[in-house]
Design a protein around this ligand. Structure first.
Ligand code: UTP
Length: 308
């Protein structure tokens, strides 16, 4: 099995980043010097993906512009011999193909994937959620593709989460464990209450799915929240007899779908990057000292208030 096409759903409204996402797509918000979506495209290229089908929506045109040539900028950088910056803006667009599909209405992740059905055809497809940046020695998607090819199955990436966070995720129930990181799935449940969750293994934003996922998305109904759920469609595939495996990701996952997650990802990746680490460490220790002084002042103030 060869997987050369990937879907990147980027049609959501990004309400957790309002007001910024009124005009800036959440997928374009920067993590250090690159937009979040570039991290997943780079992971895809390292995993031998050749074509990215990006599902967009309203206010998402900058994604198309970003993965396009920019003659004026390229000429400017070439004339000033800024080869490294020039490579930064041209490398991806010279390596991969991009196809854009417009999701007319944000009816959920499953609906976004279903919109790409005509471009994918009868092949297994990789899916990257651009909210999840996953770093590690071997690209996460390359590992999923390898398992899908070996086992002739669907594969979802999972991570252990605290039980009280289960209701934020799709959670998998396990039929059989093959190795510390590889499981066959018995069931998938979207956003269960912690008491109903079949395990603490949560689905994170990487999948390799059979082309039958598109029919499954047609067969299932829109959920109670008005969205078509990808997890429900994978459960449908499972019930129709397809094998679905879960692979526990190696490496670090950054959830950049919320302001706090984006902030943490920027901080963490800056600390690991020689270009930024020294200065950011210095800044953090300065902040720490200021916090100690401020806490001391606050304590002194509350003592004087209670004594008065
Ligand atoms: P999220 O639920 O995290 O994104 O979907 P959202 O809906 O844009 O964000 P909030 O909750 O309002 O803050 C995960 C991924 O699926 C895409 C999103 O763009 C994101 O990359 N998505 C979601 C779609 O493409 N279409 C949709 O209808 C919903």
């Amino acid at each position: 099995m060869i997987v050369t096409k990937a879907i990147i759903p980027a049609g959501g409204l990004g309400t957790r980043f309002l007001p910024a996402t009124k005009t800036v797509p959440k997928e374009m918000l920067p993590v250090l010097d690159k937009p979040a979506i570039q991290y997943v495209v780079e992971e895809g290229i390292k995993s031998q993906i050749k074509t990215f089908v990006v599902v967009t929506g309203k206010q998402k045109n900058t994604i198309e512009d970003y993965f396009d040539t920019s003659p004026e900028l390229e000429h400017f950088l070439a004339a000033r011999k800024k080869e490294d910056l020039l490579e930064g803006v041209t490398k991806i667009i010279n390596t991969a193909n991009f196809i854009y599909i417009r999701q007319k209405e944000a009816l959920g992740l499953g609906h976004a994937i279903w919109n790409a059905r005509h471009v994918i055809g009868k092949e297994h497809v990789a899916i990257f959620l651009p909210d999840d940046i996953i770093t590690g020695v071997t690209p996460c998607m390359a590992q999923l593709i390898q398992i899908a090819s070996q086992e002739k199955c669907n594969v979802v990436a999972v991570q252990e989460v605290p039980m009280d966070k289960a209701s934020n995720y799709g959670i998998v129930g396990i039929k059989k464990q093959f190795s510390p990181n590889l499981f066959q799935i018995r069931e998938l449940v979207e956003k269960p209450r912690p008491t109903d969750a079949p395990s603490n293994l949560a689905i994170v934003g990487r999948y390799v799915l059979s082309p039958n996922i598109f029919q499954a998305l047609e067969d299932i109904k829109i959920g109670s929240n008005g969205e078509l759920q990808l997890t429900d469609a994978i459960q449908h595939l499972l019930l129709s007899g397809e094998k679905v495996f879960a692979y526990k990701i190696q490496g670090t996952r950054y959830d950049v779908g919320t302001p706090m997650g984006l902030l943490k990802a920027n901080l963490d990746l800056a600390l690991r990057n020689p270009k930024y680490s020294e200065e950011i460490l210095e800044y953090l220790s300065l902040l720490d000292r200021e916090m100690v002084v401020m806490q001391g002042k606050a304590q002194a103030l509350s003592k004087s208030v209670s004594a008065a």
